[in-house]
Design a protein around this ligand. Structure first.
Ligand SMILES: N[C@@H](CCC(=O)N[C@@H](CS)C(=O)NCC(=O)O)C(=O)O
Length: 135
């Protein structure tokens, strides 16, 4: 009796889930992350509400007028259906799964605190120039 009552709800939920959420394969996740890192001199994986991401944004956008067009890519991942898998892969690449993960010139540069610190020492500008991101 109980089973009969519950079953239709379960099936409906399952159908909804399989239609609504299209998950990427592991290979697709890898390609999504790798292609952003390879294509853009600066690629940042971020969550829009994260204060450390805001720190990185302030530092990177302080050079706003000097960027080569299209050289800075900001990838907000919090609403991505594969957010966990993306962070797992970022962990494989960088040894950490927190955001932001800032990549410059195809290499992992650091998180929010690292980026802010490097901005203050001048290291960030140097690396941005070396990567070709700045004019
Ligand atoms: N020290 C790190 C801290 C970064 C951090 O803790 N980020 C939080 C979000 S504000 C995070 O990624 N939490 C785990 C998660 O969202 O999966 C940095 O400067 O980037």
């Amino acid at each position: 009796m109980l089973n009969r009552a519950i079953r239709p709800i379960y099936i409906t939920a399952q159908r909804f889930q399989s239609q609504a959420v299209q998950k990427m394969t592991r290979q697709d996740v890898k390609e999504f992350v790798d292609s952003n890192i390879a294509k853009y001199p600066v690629a940042v994986f971020s969550k829009s509400y994260c204060p450390f991401c805001h720190k990185a944004k302030s530092a990177l956008e302080s050079f706003k007028e000097k960027y080569q067009p299209g050289s800075l890519e900001w990838v907000e991942i919090e609403k991505h259906p594969d957010v966990q898998e993306i962070q797992d892969y970022l962990n494989e690449l960088t040894g950490g799964r927190t955001v932001p993960r800032v990549f410059i010139g195809g290499k992992f540069f650091g998180g929010g605190d690292d980026t802010e610190k490097a901005w203050k020492t001048g290291e960030l500008e140097k690396r941005l120039k070396e990567s070709g991101a700045l004019l």
